[in-house]
Design a binder for this molecule. Structure first.
Ligand code: M6R
Length: 608
C-alpha cells in the first residue's frame, strides 16, 4: 500500500522525507513524490518507478532551505502508475498539496461537481479530487482546518492524508479513516507517517491516531481534533520499544533473510512472559470466558496460521474451531452462535478484509479476539481483546517471522484454554513447555543448514514451470504456505495440496520436470505420506521429501531427502516452515527477483 511521511522541523526536510520513504518501500509502490515548502511556495517533484528516479530528479534542485514537506510512495489503485498519477497532487489553484493512501469511493460525484465549477484535473486519481474538494471549501475567513474537515466529512471510503499550504509554511494537516497514520513527536520537529520505521531514527514517541481524528502539526506543537466537531481530543504520546536495528537489515542481504533468522528469538520473546513455573498463562485471555466455539478469520499467511492451530484448539481445549478466509466471511452473512468467539489474525492489523470481518463479528455480538503484530493498529484497537505476537517490525512483504510468532501464540492460547477447561492432559503441558524451551536453540542451529540445502534445491529446480507442495494434518497448511511463498517471491506457479487429495486431480500434473515437495515428518501420518510419495515417483515425478533423520520404520526412498531435526509434536512445524521459507527465498534470489518487494504485492492490504 501507499506510504506517507510528513515532516516539519529544523532539519532539511527533503533528504529526511526521502530516507523515510525508503523505510516505507516495503509497503510496495510504483511511483513516488515529494512536496516541500520553500520561499512560501509549494514545490512538487514526482517520478514513476523506484525512489532512485525521484532522487535523480531532485539531485539538481535547490532544496536545502525547505524544513517542511510531505512525501509519498504510490501503489496504483485509480489510474496507471505514471508521473501524473503520482502524489503529491496540487489543487487546480495551486494553493494546496496533498498525499493520500486509500480509496475515496464517491470521488466521481465530487469530480463532476468540481468540473462544473471549472476545476481542471490532470490525473486519473481520486486523490486529486480530494485536494480540490478541500480547496473548494476554503473560502475567505474559513480556516484550513475547517475546510479540510468539511471535505473529509463529505468523502466516503478509506484515507490517510497529509496536506500542505504555502500560507502556513510550517504546518502539516493530516487525518485518517480506515488507513494507517501515526504521529511522531520529536524535539522541535514532528512527523506524520504510515508506519513507525519512517521516523524511527528521530523519535520513538508515537501518538496512535484513531479513525475520525484530524491533526495539525508544527515544529513545536501537535494537536488532535475530532473530525466531526473539531473539538480537541486529548492524546498521549507512547514510547515504543523498537530500535533502529530492528528496522535495518543488520548485515543481511535482504530483510526477508534477516527475518527468517530472527525466528528463534521471536519464539523466545513470544513465550517469555507467557510461560511460568512449567505452565502457560496468556494474561490477555484471563478476564474473558473460554469460548464454546472458535471462528478464526484471516488472509494469506495469517490464514495459514489459523489452519495450523485449528487441531490444537480442538484436541487440547475441546473447542470446535473453524477457519475462514476473511474476504469470504465478510460477504456471506455467517451464522455465529452464542458463546462463539471470533479470532482475527493479522500481522499488520490493517488488512481491509480482516478488519471488515472483525466489524461484522462485533455487530453480531460476538467476543472478538485479535492476534496482531503491529501495536496500535486498527484491528488491535477494535478487537475486544488483543494478543500481541511480539515479532518486532516485519519489513519484507513476504511474511515469515510473523507467521512463526502467530503459530507460537496460537499454540499457547490452546494450552491456556485447555488448562482453563481441564481438557488438557498434564503431560501435554509438560512436553509443550519443555519443547518450546529447546526449540529456539534447535532452530538457530538448523537455519544455516536449511539455507545451504535450499540454495542447492534452488539451483536444481528454479527453472521449472511449476511445483507441488503436499502435506497432511498440520503439515497441510505449511504446504499451502510453501506454495504461497514460492508464488509470491519466485513467480513460479506452485500448488499447495493435502497429500490425500492428490489422486483427485493434481496427480495429472506429474511429469519428469515437475518437482513435488512432500512434508513427511515422523508422525502418525508418515505411512500415508509415504504412499503418496510412491505414487508420484511411479509417474517419474521428482520428489523432495522434507523429513526427519532416518530411523527404523520410517524409511523413505525419494529423489531427494531433505532431512531436518525432529521436534516434539506440533513443534516440528517450525522447522518445516523455516525450510520452506528458505526454499522460496533462495529460489527468488537465484532468479534475481526483488525479494523484499515482490511485484504487484503490498505489505499491508488496506483496500479490498
Ligand atoms: O497483515 P496480515 O497478516 O493481515 O496480512 C495478510 C496477508 O496479506 C499476508 O499474510 C500476505 O499473504 C503475505 N504477503 C504473505 O507472505
Amino acid at each position: 500500500m501507499c506510504g506517507i511521511i510528513g515532516y516539519t522541523g529544523h532539519r532539511p526536510a527533503v533528504p529526511l522525507i526521502l530516507e523515510g520513504l525508503h523505510r516505507l518501500e516495503y509497503r510496495g509502490y510504483d511511483s513516488s513524490g515529494v512536496c516541500f515548502v520553500q520561499n512560501k511556495e509549494l514545490n512538487v517533484v514526482r517520478a514513476k518507478g523506484k525512489l532512485t528516479a525521484l532522487e535523480e530528479k531532485l539531485a539538481g534542485m535547490e532544496i536545502s532551505l525547505a524544513t517542511t514537506g510531505i512525501g509519498h510512495t504510490r501503489w496504483a489503485t485509480h489510474g496507471e502508475p505514471n508521473e501524473s498519477n503520482a502524489h503529491p497532487h496540487k489543487s487546480f489553484a495551486g494553493n494546496l498539496s496533498l498525499v493520500h493512501n486509500g480509496i475515496i469511493e464517491n470521488y466521481q460525484e465530487t469530480k463532476k461537481e468540481l468540473l462544473a465549477k471549472g476545476i481542471q484535473f490532470f490525473s486519473d486519481t481520486d486523490s486529486e479530487v480530494l485536494v480540490n474538494a478541500v480547496a473548494n471549501e476554503l473560502r475567505p475567513g474559513v480556516p484550513l482546518l475547517e475546510a479540510f474537515a468539511a471535505a473529509l466529512r463529505k468523502s466516503t471510503g478509506a484515507y490517510a492524508v497529509a496536506l500542505l499550504s504555502p500560507d502556513e509554511p510550517n504546518t502539516i494537516y493530516a487525518a485518517r479513516h480506515s488507513a494507517p497514520l501515526l504521529l511522531g513527536v520529536g524535539m522541535g520537529e514532528n512527523f506524520v507517517a504510515s508506519d513507525i520505521p519512517a521516523f524511527l531514527p528521530y523519535t520513538k514517541d508515537v501518538v496512535f491516531l484513531e479513525d475520525g481524528e484530524i491533526v495539525r502539526i508544527t515544529p513545536t506543537t501537535w494537536e488532535v481534533f475530532s473530525l466531526a466537531t473539531l473539538a480537541p481530543v486529548a492524546k498521549k504520546a507512547q514510547r515504543i520499544q523498537w530500535d533502529m536495528q530492528a528496522a535495518e537489515k543488520g548485515g543481511f542481504r535482504h530483510f526477508m533473510l534477516k527475518e527468517i533468522f530472527e525466528q528463534p528469538s521471536v519464539i523466545t520473546n513470544c513465550t517469555a512472559s507467557r510461560i511460568q513455573g512449567g505452565s502457560v498463562n496468556v494474561p490477555e485471555l484471563a478476564q474473558k470466558p473460554v469460548p464454546s466455539r472458535l471462528r478464526i478469520v484471516a488472509c494469506g499467511t495469517s490464514f495459514h496460521a489459523g489452519m495450523w492451530a485449528q487441531p490444537l484448539f480442538e484436541e487440547w481445549a475441546g473447542i470446535p474451531t473453524t477457519v475462514e478466509i476473511a474476504s469470504e466471511f465478510r460477504y456471506r452473512n455467517p451464522i455465529l452462535e452464542k458463546g462463539e468467539a471470533v479470532l482475527v489474525i493479522s500481522q499488520s492489523g490493517e488488512t481491509a478484509d480482516t478488519l471488515a470481518a472483525l466489524r461484522i463479528a462485533r455487530e453480531k455480538g460476538c467476543l472478538v479476539l485479535g492476534l496482531c503484530n503491529v501495536v496500535g493498529s486498527s484491528i488491535a484497537r477494535e478487537a475486544d481483546t488483543v494478543v500481541y505476537t511480539q515479532a518486532g517490525p516485519e519489513i519484507s512483504v513476504a511474511s515469515t517471522k510473523a507467521l512463526c510468532s502467530q503459530m507460537v501464540v496460537l499454540l499457547l492460547m490452546a494450552l491456556h484454554w485447555g488448562k482453563a477447561k481441564g481438557t488438557l492432559a498434564p503431560e501435554i503441558m509438560q512436553q509443550a513447555v519443555a519443547g518450546l524451551a529447546t526449540l529456539p536453540g534447535q532452530l538457530e542451529e538448523t537455519l544455516p543448514n536449511l539455507q545451504t540445502e535450499a540454495k542447492n534445491l534452488a539451483w536444481r529446480f528454479a527453472a521449472c514451470k511449476g511445483m507441488l507442495f503436499m502435506g497432511r494434518g498440520q503439515a497441510y497448511p505449511l504446504a499451502l504456505e510453501g506454495a504461497l511463498k514460492v508464488k509470491e517471491l519466485s513467480y513460479i506457479h506452485a500448488e499447495g495440496y493435502a497429500s490425500g487429495e492428490m489422486k483427485h486431480g493434481p496427480i495429472a500434473l506429474i511429469e519428469p520436470d515437475f518437482p513435488s515437495f512432500i512434508l513427511a515428518p515422523h508422525d502418525a501420518l508418515f505411512p500415508k505420506n509415504k504412499s503418496n510419495l510412491e505414487e508420484v515417483q511411479a509417474r517419474r515425478g521428482p520428489v523432495i521429501a522434507l523429513t526427519n533423520p532416518p530411523k527404523p520404520g520410517f524409511e523413505l526412498n525419494a529423489t531427494h531427502l531433505w532431512i531436518i531435526p525432529e521436534a516434539w509434536g506440533p513443534l516440528g512445524g517450525f522447522l518445516q516452515l523455516a525450510a520452506l521459507q528458505m526454499l522460496s527465498y533462495e529460489t527468488a534470489c537465484h532468479l534475481g527477483n526483488d525479494v523484499d518487494q515482490p511485484r504487484n504485492l503490498a505489505k499491508s492490504v488496506t483496500v479490498e
